[in-house]
Design a protein around this ligand. Structure first.
Ligand SMILES: [Zn+2]
Length: 300
């Protein structure tokens, strides 16, 4: 049996600085090219999201990544997993493995919306009432812990080798930062990108307080899986998307300690504090939310 390794030179010394640069670049760019109007202090949210991310990131780097690499090493040494059983040549194994890793992460995201225990953890991420690149780190450490078994198991079933696992992980992290960012790309450019990638506009819809929109655009890297399963949603002006969860509308109460203990809170009905359910009006596609002054005519 291979030993667990904890240091990955390519990832730590090459991919990580590139990812850090990408995050910093998006963080600055979203100040200039604003996609959705923000309602809270970016500094305050950055501090909160980074504080939540710190423990989650520790789990990712100290446990998730080593276990995923270990699973990939065991699978490739034993020639275990789908890409080996199909007897494919190496390049085809790589391409199919990459696609399947992304497909299994689509399903993981669907599970976090539908399995109550996972939903309790995942709502920490969705409770952010504005969305930018820092939301992309705001994952409860418990969600990362539960993903270890799932992602490690899927890597073994796919038969992804360790190099592919590391390279996919770097792309996964980069795409997560990108599609959470509040960067307004020219609509035409984003439409082109959206043919092959999950984009900020698409993922913004996923963070809507309207339940059907929250249950759409689950993909991480590729949008194909959403199209395949009918969960793809695109035609929605971003100024009409209200970010967050309906049951959590008081940003001041969402402190770092509250977010860490949120998984122990009961699951609340999908309704605003006044009991009304946010819906997209059929005619004007506005959202029913008290105090929401955003105009329905603000297209883009
Ligand atoms: Zn989600």
């Amino acid at each position: 049996m291979p030993k667990l390794r904890f240091y990955f030179p390519w990832f730590d010394r090459k991919a990580f600085p590139v990812l850090a640069g990408l995050v910093a670049g998006l963080y600055l760019l979203e100040e200039v090219l604003v996609l959705r109007e923000q309602h809270q202090s970016k500094v305050r949210r950055s501090v909160i999201n980074t504080a939540v991310a710190a423990s989650g990131f520790a789990v990712v780097r100290a446990a998730l990544l080593p276990v995923m690499i270990w699973a990939g090493t065991v699978a490739s040494r034993r020639r275990f997993g789908l890409v080996h059983w199909l007897g494919l040549p190496r390049p085809a194994r790589y391409v199919l493995g990459f696609l399947l890793l992304d497909y299994t992460n689509y399903f993981w995201h669907v599970l976090t919306h539908n399995v109550p225990l996972l939903f309790r953890l995942h709502r920490v991420h969705h409770s952010d009432m504005d969305m930018d690149v820092t939301t992309g780190f705001r994952f409860h450490l418990g969600e990362q812990v539960f993903s270890i078994l799932y992602r490690g198991g899927m890597i073994a079933l796919i038969g992804a080798d360790p190099r592919l696992v590391l390279e996919y992980e770097a792309v996964f992290e980069g795409c997560t930062a990108f599609h959470h960012s509040n960067v307004r790309l020219p609509k035409r450019v984003e439409k082109m990108l959206a043919l092959g990638l999950i984009t900020p506009r698409a993922h913004g819809i996923h963070h809507s307080i309207v339940e059907e929109e929250f249950n759409s655009n689950f993909g991480v890297v590729f949008p194909f899986w959403d199209r395949l399963h009918g969960t793809h949603r695109w035609e929605l002006p971003q100024q009409q998307v209200v970010i967050g969860m309906p049951a959590y509308r008081d940003a001041r109460s969402l402190t770092v300690s509250r977010l860490h203990t949120m998984p122990w809170e009961p699951i609340r009905p999908w309704a605003l504090p006044d009991g009304s359910v946010p819906r997209r009006g059929a005619a004007d596609r506005t959202i029913v939310e008290p105090g929401d002054s955003q105009s329905a005519s603000e297209g883009e």
